[in-house]
Design a protein around this ligand. Structure first.
Ligand code: F6R
Length: 263
């Protein structure tokens, strides 16, 4: 596990984008797993800038988003389809046929639909690099506390905490989604490399529990302890409850010196 601590939002987004951009340069046909949410905005902005100013080419990159709210059509302003087009796809040259985002507008046959999403990931050859955010309750994707650590893409009921966190994005009287389609923990753990981004004090406990707490379905991000290649990029506030920061710092220094390709 690598932990990169950054002090400002700008540095945080730039570091995440640097890792994604390096992965795309090494493998122009990268299979890239993507997340939405406010934490990812700096990274998407910077990737857009790298595309326009440094000709970073996404034309062969294949993307798979983690999740989508059930019941929101793609054009809904709060859908993850809309978020991705607004903040990333409209600024880079990912081929539309290479974009995969779970369909929140499906009705019925959920298991069949979710199996087809898993199959699409397998058909593409699996995910090379998966970007994640983390919820206050330690969720990754929408794998809420008590999700099976072996779970696959499925329909998931959102926790009250997640629904409350989302309330601010919806207008008064507007129905807030209570379910989502999300990749499972088992799906996420199959990615070759994982990059988790966290910023702000509201994520401090989740980050400490995920990295230094026990492996538990109560904090689904703790399942990343099972993965051999995870990089956390956190700001000072999100990292404030970590106890072994000095050790992570030394690991990072040694990694830069001995195995820089890991970064
Ligand atoms: C979204 C997703 C979620 C978010 C998490 C953090 O695709 O998978 O797990 O990453 O809820 O969201 P923000 O960054 O808005 O705090």
């Amino acid at each position: 596990m690598l932990l990169v601590l950054k002090s400002t939002d700008e540095e945080h987004g730039r570091e995440a984008a640097r890792i994604v951009a390096n992965a795309v340069r090494r493998n122009p046909a990268l299979r890239l797993g993507l997340a939405t949410g406010s934490t990812t905005l700096g990274m998407y902005n910077e990737l857009g800038r790298l595309h326009k100013q440094n000709a970073l080419d996404f034309s062969r990159v294949v993307t798979f988003n983690l999740d989508e709210y059930l019941g929101l059509p793609p054009e809904h302003a709060q859908s993850f389809h809309h978020f991705m087009h607004q903040n990333f796809f409209s600024n880079v040259n990912v081929d539309p046929k290479n974009i995969h985002i779970p369909d929140g507008a499906i009705v019925g046959n959920y298991d069949q639909y979710c199996c087809s999403y898993e199959q699409a990931i397998r058909d593409a050859g699996g995910i090379d690099l998966q970007v994640l955010g983390i919820g206050r309750n330690g969720h990754i994707g929408f794998n809420e506390p008590t999700s099976s650590l072996g779970s696959r893409t499925r329909l998931k009921v959102l926790s009250k905490e997640t629904i409350d966190d989302n309330r601010k994005f919806f207008g008064p009287g507007e129905k807030i989604p209570e379910c989502a389609i999300t990749m499972g923990i088992g799906t996420i753990l199959e990615a070759k490399r994982i990059l988790l981004l966290a910023s702000g004090s509201s994520k401090a406990a989740a980050i400490a529990n995920a990295i230094e707490g026990p492996l538990t379905a109560s904090v689904t991000a703790s399942a990343l302890q099972l993965h051999p290649d995870v990089t956390f990029i956190v700001d000072q506030e999100a990292g404030s409850q970590l106890k072994q920061k000095d050790y992570y710092h030394r690991v990072l220094e040694m990694t830069v010196a001995l195995t820089p390709d890991r970064l």
